[in-house]
Design a protein around this ligand. Structure first.
Ligand SMILES: [Zn+2]
Ligand SMILES: [Zn+2]
Length: 224
């Protein structure tokens, strides 16, 4: 079976007992890309064309700024600003101004790291479905995993046809895993809320501080 992306990170993430194996893969992919845009991509013309065109989102700019190559970042920002500057055209009426604002907002809402990471994640989701179909051992690991964050669950749904003849079985397992995972989240939230009940005031058991961050990650992916 020819996979479209390497399978080692998929095995590793699914065996790690984490809340979303695709988030674990995303974090590694993202860190690698941030490093790349602080190192070899700075002087590489092909990368520079992409950086000039798409720029970076706020999250990735702050990650780049936290990195070690301030000179490299300043060079990339300077050429990106030149592109942004080039998109500004003279406007005379309010109608033209609103149109220009819409156009600029669209060009500002792009990120070369997000684009590449998203492309990679689609390929990983594709490969998860293929591995489910082709590797019985992976099917077992998949069934024992803890479900996914909702953005990665929808990505897996979208790529589910890559399981070929096993698509229906794959979808059945996927839906089952996700419902089980969301039920667990609701159960954890219930327990968390119960800890605030006056009847538990003297209890030594404290509310689990991870409950709310875990729930937010379940709904939105790794934003915190
Ligand atoms: Zn996820
Ligand atoms: Zn980004």
């Amino acid at each position: 079976m020819q996979y479209h992306i390497q399978t080692d990170p998929i095995w590793e993430a699914f065996k790690s007992d984490c809340d979303c194996p695709l988030c674990a893969i995303y974090e590694k992919t993202e860190s690698r890309l941030v490093e790349q845009y602080l190192n070899e991509a700075v002087m590489e013309p092909d990368y520079r064309v992409e950086v000039n065109k798409y720029g970076f989102c706020a999250k990735h700019l702050s990650k780049l700024f936290a990195g070690k190559n301030k000179l490299g970042l300043s060079l990339q920002l300077a050429t990106r600003i030149a592109t942004v500057r080039g998109n500004i055209t003279p406007v005379k009426t309010h109608k033209q101004a609103v149109k220009q604002a819409e156009k600029l907002n669209k060009t500002m809402d792009t990120c070369v790291i997000c684009r590449t990471a998203d492309e990679n994640m689609t390929r990983y989701a594709y490969t998860v479905a293929q591995m489910f179909a082709c590797e019985p051992e992976f099917r077992q690991v998949f069934q024992k995993s803890n479900g996914f964050c909702m953005p990665h669950y929808t990505l897996l749904l979208a790529e589910s046809n890559k399981a070929g003849k096993l698509t229906e079985i794959y979808l059945h397992e996927l839906v089952y895993l996700q419902n089980k995972s969301l039920d667990r989240t609701v159960h954890d939230l219930d327990r968390f809320a119960q800890m605030f009940d006056y009847r538990n005031a003297g209890s030594a058991v404290r509310p689990d501080p991870d409950t709310i961050p875990d729930t937010i990650r379940k709904l939105k992916g790794r934003i915190i």
